[in-house]
Design a protein around this ligand. Structure first.
Ligand code: CA
Length: 236
């Protein structure tokens, strides 16, 4: 853990890259930069950064394609999307691109740095070489969650979940039957302390998770909605 962590910035606006580099380096991160998507992708594959800050509108290959390509190649590096439009939120979280988080321009540097830290920390915790003991395994009927391998399965079949979907499932499933509010999930799963903004991202993530988890996403049996209250996990 003494190794400096590396953040790759993929962004074509030079002044934003300058601000990001300055602040990341001040916080002790190494930085890499790419001003277009193809170069970004090359650097991701070659240097394996600890986190990727990814702009969506890029010359050549756009951010959506970059994100999809790295997930298709099996890399689970945290991706924090930088977007100019709030309206893109559903698209980012909903398209199954495998982005972990997003931030809207113009963003506060303080918030961005907090998100960088959170996303790297979660990744480090998830892959921290924890022994595969019973505590790292949740067996819930048809669903089995292996926390150390960061893998969930249903009926013995591995589920292709993003990091966020896995975290969400694990959080809910650790307390079967308990209802969690969107606010609570935002704070605990997304680690946004005192988050008071838009919690629709939780609904989008739940919808994506159900599509992968449920036999019939329209009639969920594992992740249930309690109207006006939130969500709960129920094992069969
Ligand atoms: Ca751009």
């Amino acid at each position: 853990m003494d190794r400096k962590q590396t953040v790759l910035i993929v962004e074509d606006e030079k002044n934003i890259v300058d601000i990001l580099r300055f602040n990341l380096q001040r916080e002790g991160y190494e930085t890499l930069e790419a001003f277009d998507g193809v170069t970004g992708l090359d650097l991701i594959l070659e240097k394996q950064p600890d986190l990727i800050l990814l702009d969506l509108m890029l010359p050549g290959m756009n951010g959506f394609e970059v994100c999809k390509t790295i997930r298709d190649r099996g890399l689970n590096t945290p991706v924090l999307i930088i977007t100019a439009r709030e309206a893109e939120q559903d698209k980012i979280l909903g398209l199954g691109l495998g982005a972990d988080d997003y931030i809207t321009k113009p963003f506060s540097i303080r918030e961005l740095m907090a998100r960088v830290k959170t996303n790297i920390r979660r990744q480090t915790m998830n892959s921290g070489g924890v022994p595969n003991t019973a505590a790292n395994r949740l067996e819930l009927g048809r669903i089995v969650i292996d926390k150390s391998a960061e893998q969930a399965s249903k009926d013995g079949q591995d589920l292709e979940l993003t990091q966020r979907e896995f975290a969400l499932l694990t959080y809910l499933a650790a307390n079967p039957g308990r209802v969690f509010s969107r606010q609570e999930l935002m704070e605990r799963v997304w680690n946004y302390e005192g988050y008071v903004g838009d919690v629709r991202g939780v609904d989008v993530a739940i919808r994506r998770l159900r599509e992968k988890l449920e036999d019939d996403p329209a009639q969920p049996r594992f992740i249930l909605t309690r109207r006006g209250a939130g969500y709960l996990f129920q094992s069969e």
